[in-house]
Design a protein around this ligand. Sequence first.
Ligand code: COA
Length: 278
Amino acid sequence: MTNLSSNGTVSYDVVDRIAWVRFNRPDKRNCMSPTLNQDMMEVLHELEFRDDVGVLVLTGEGTAFSAGMDLKEYFRETEAKGLGATRQAQRESYGWWRRLRWYQKPTIAMVNGWCFGGAYGPLFACDLAFAADEAQFGLSEINWGILPGGGATKIAVELLPFRKAMYHAIMGENVDGKTAAEWGLVNESLPLDKLKDRVTEVANVLLKKNPVALKATKDAIRRVSVLSYDDAEEYLVRMQEAANSYDNDGRKEGIKQFIDDKTYKPGLGAYDKSKQGA
Ligand code: COA
């Protein structure tokens, strides 16, 4: 059953523990208006701690993933209302991207089509990203006269080597899904008609992993990049100990099924969570 956010700008359904969340302004190429940003926060909030959700996939209805910020509603109309409205609109968009970056569940961006500017925020916020070969990625800001804001410049530099980031930002040329995968903007690119099956396959692998370990791991990958080696080492010790306070049995069961029961090999797949506590 498809659900709609309060204002209908986001749609979602949950199937077999995968939450499929869609930007739902296909007529506007899913560009992000203040209303959409509020709706998306509402949907992320609704889904984050539900027991029937193990993975969240973010994608778009129609031909776009998202054509970035809404030039009319997010920029022109908000600015016309003054600085307070501008700052509020920024808080709301940056706010749901931040919520998504540190989301409790693993997240996958499924880039089905156009992906511009501000859409790099949610793209980067998702832990993994898969694109259609046919998708188009662009930092189009330079084409309409601003710098890539809302984190987009930072994301380009995080994900791309210096020369590629600079070219991408100042030339305003698009790259397709295949090039985005070669550059590291996404994990993989494949034909649009195969995209959903591949994302489902990846989500199903994630669903088999220990959820406490997944949350600790995805946060660690984001945090350690700005830490010194010694600080990272310390952080990882403390984070594992914190994870143990949520689930002290998972790793013991993982060791047992390998060493004692010999029912799986960690090098080749995940232990059977369903036997934990049995
Ligand atoms: N802000 C506001 N409106 C947008 C928009 C955006 N970022 N992107 C698309 N739209 C609107 C169009 O104005 C148009 O509205 P209308 O039907 O009322 O005229 C509608 O969405 C469809 O867009 P259109 O340009 O006709 O679709 P297309 O399939 O031919 O082209 C794009 C798709 C994405 C290439 C083109 O819409 C585009 O360049 N969008 C802007 C991308 C961008 O620079 N985003 C800003 C990043 S910060």
